[in-house]
Structures are given as C-alpha cells and as structure tokens.
Design a protein. Structure first.
Length: 418
C-alpha cells in the first residue's frame, strides 16, 4: 500500500494544487530584498559587527510580511495598486508628492541593482562598470518589453533558485558559529556607530517599490472581483505565498551576513567593496567560492533590476490612473525613466560600494511615506469595503510605521549631529 496516497485526500491534493498556482508574486517581491544593495548592506553588517546584526534581518522580515500582505490585500480587494488608489482617492498635490518620491525610491533601487550586476560582469568578464551598467539596463529592459508577465515570473523564479543554491554551497564551505548566529537572530544589539548599517539593512529588506509592486502583480491571480469566495481564497493563498517567499528571502539575507561574519569579521577584514569581497574569498576559501559569489551576484542583479523596472512602470502608470502594462506607453515610459535616471546617476558615483549602501539608506528614509500612505488606503471603507483593516491590523501597521520613523530620526541625528 502507498502510505502517502492512503493519507492524502482530495481536499489536500486540491489545496496543494491551489497553493502552487499562487506561488509567484511573492517570489518576485523576494527578488527585491536579495538584490545587490542587500549584498552591500549585509556584507557591511557581517564584516563590521559579526553576527550581532542578524536580528535586523529577522525584524525586517517580520515587518515585511505584514506590510507586503497588506499591500497585496489592497490589490485583491480593490483591484487597484497603491499608485492607482493614491491617484484616485487623494488630492493631486498629496498623491503627486508621494508618488514622485516613490519613483525616486524605484530609481534608487534600480541604481543599486544595475550597479551590482555591473560589478558581477566586471568580476566575471572584466567588463568596465559603466559599460556593464548600460548592458544591464538594456538587457533587463528587453526582458520586460519582450516577455509576458507569466514568462517573466518563471524566469525570475529560476534566477532566485540559482541564487539560493549558490548560497547553500557557500554555507557548506564556510565554518559558521551557529551558537552566536542563534543569539544574533533574536537579540537586538545596536553596537556603537552601527545605525547607518542597521538602516541600510532595513531599507534593503523593507523596500517602498516592493509594496507598490506587490499590490500590482497580485492582480495577475485575479479572476472574479465580485465573487467573495474567490477573494477569500486569494487572500488565504496570497498570505501563504508571502510567508513562503519572504522566508526564502530571510534565509538568503541571513546567509550573506553569516558568510561575512565567518570569513571577514573573524579575519578582521572590513568589506567596503563587492569586488574586494570576491578577491578576499579566493585565497581564504578557494576560487570556487569566489566564482559562486560572483555568479549569484549577477543573477541577483538581473532579477532585481527587472522587478525594479516593473515597479517603476507600475508607479508611473498609476500616476495616470492606469494599471501596469508594459505595452502601454505610460508603463513603458516608467520603466525607461527608472533605468535611465539610475544609469545617469551612476556616472557620478565615485565609490560603487558607498553608492549601494546609501541607496538602501535612501529607501529607508522614503519608506515611512509609503507605509503611512498604504495604511490610509487599506483602512478606508470607501476603497476596501468589508476588507478594510481591522483595529488590530491598524495597530500593528501603525506600530511598524512608527518604529521605522523613529529609526529614521535616530539615523538623521547620528549623521548630522543634531
């Protein structure tokens, strides 16, 4: 007798099939917080502070699950993304400021992701950074323009799988102090001078453009907005998809810090350049570790640059009260603006690693605006109907928004000495 088939019921088989149909939107969001900007933030955290800042990955991921589920909730219940809803339901001067700042966040994200991919191309094929940046932007723009959403989803899931496999191999090679790691994941230590790195980790995990993007792409699973049973099923499986996908992101981000803490911190090496990290890995762990690191960085840059373009296109189209469709001029212009400005700014970035770190910090500064915008939209009975946030959900969301705002104020005080 087949034991698995004996215990398996039609209900469990149907549930498993349904869940697999919903896997995808969350993975695209995961790409955003395992991008090259995260690599820079996590390598800085691990090389400078060892295992001490692992807790920030845990806290950020918990915040991320709550916020991303709430953003997807808006897309499922209203059929609108955050950008569309803001343009429709807020005064023009308010929505204009918020959405333009969100576009700036998408550009900042694309900057880090294009630069990270260019660094990988330089490490693997010796292509100069500026040529590599242009190549990354053009190639990812071509991917977006020539592929349907469903094809793009499969391509990016493949990229994420390769990144995950690369880090699994790296973790096998590197000697990890798991006891210290376990403490680091749960104990909120704030070493002296670490706030800039902490905020860059937060900005690298909880990213404004991802909230806009999730509210848009979740609608690829939309079949019948009028049928409450369909909506309830979507909300259920979207939450499972979000937890599953964000869990993958937490593991990969943690792996970056674990590797940096084990290899660099224990050898008193502070990493301030991704290329430097690869060069140091070679003599310490052998050429295979260095090559794996560079290959994973390239796939990270390709996949996250693609989703940053989608986010920029979605935000820009929303300003015109339209949903994302890369064949439409407003969506495509949003993609071009996102990539074009990112590449233009890169011409003025002298230190690539600093560009990665400060781009993530810029995201964390914009983040409260997006969080409070999202809370307003998802708490509105007019927009959400019966699916508006409950009192418990509002308290949770406001708490996250306040924590992020306080951390931003602390960052400004540390940076400018107020």
């Amino acid at each position: 007798m087949n034991i698995r088939k004996y215990f398996e019921t039609e209900i469990t088989r149907k549930s498993a099939r349904d869940f697999l149909r919903y896997i995808g939107p969350g993975i695209l969001i995961t790409v955003g917080f395992i991008d090259p900007g995260n690599w820079a933030s996590n390598l800085a955290a691990g090389s400078q502070y060892g295992y001490d800042l692992l807790w920030m990955v845990t806290l950020s991921t918990i915040m991320l699950i709550v916020l991303q589920h709430n953003a997807a909730h808006l897309g499922i219940a209203s059929g609108l993304c955050i950008s569309e809803a803001a343009a429709l339901y807020l005064p023009k001067y308010v929505s204009g400021f918020l959405l333009l700042s969100a576009m700036a966040a998408a550009v900042s994200t694309a900057l880090a992701e294009i630069l990270g991919g260019a660094i990988a191309l330089h490490l693997l094929f010796n292509i100069p950074l500026m040529y590599g940046s242009i190549l990354m932007a053009v190639f990812c723009g071509f991917l977006l323009k020539s592929n349907s959403y469903n094809k793009m989803e499969k391509i990016i899931i493949g990229f994420v799988s390769l990144i995950g496999l690369s880090f699994l191999v790296e973790l096998y090679i590197v000697p990890i102090e798991w006891g210290k790691a376990a403490v680091g994941w749960i104990y909120p230590a704030i070493p002296h001078g670490s706030l800039v790195v902490i905020m860059s980790v937060l900005g690298a995990v909880v990213m404004p453009h991802n909230l806009f993007l999730h509210s848009e792409i979740i609608q690829s699973r939309q079949w019948n907005l009028e049928n409450e049973k369909v909506i309830e099923r979507q909300l259920k499986y979207e939450f499972l998809d979000t937890i599953f996908s964000m869990g993958i992101g937490w593991a990969i981000n943690s792996a970056m810090i674990l590797i940096a803490a084990s290899v660099f911190f224990t050898n008193n090496v502070i990493v301030d350049d991704l290329a430097q990290a690869v060069n140091i890995l070679d003599p310490l762990l052998g050429p295979y570790a260095a090559i794996l690191f560079a290959v994973a960085l390239l796939f990270s840059g390709l996949s996250s640059t693609t989703t940053a373009g989608m986010a920029g296109g979605s935000i820009y189209a929303g300003i015109f009260r339209e949903s994302y469709d890369v064949k439409d001029r407003h969506s495509w212009h949003g993609v071009l603006i996102t990539y074009g400005l990112a590449v233009l700014i890169l011409f003025f970035v002298k230190q690539p690693f600093d560009g990665l770190i400060y781009s993530q910090m810029a995201l964390s500064i914009q983040l409260p605006f997006t969080i409070f915008l999202q809370i307003y939209l998802t708490s509105s009975d007019k927009i959400m109907g019966k699916y508006a946030n409950s009192v418990k959900q509002r308290i949770m969301l406001w708490s996250i928004g306040i924590i992020v705002t306080i951390l931003n104020v602390m960052l400004l005080v540390e940076m400018f000495g107020f």
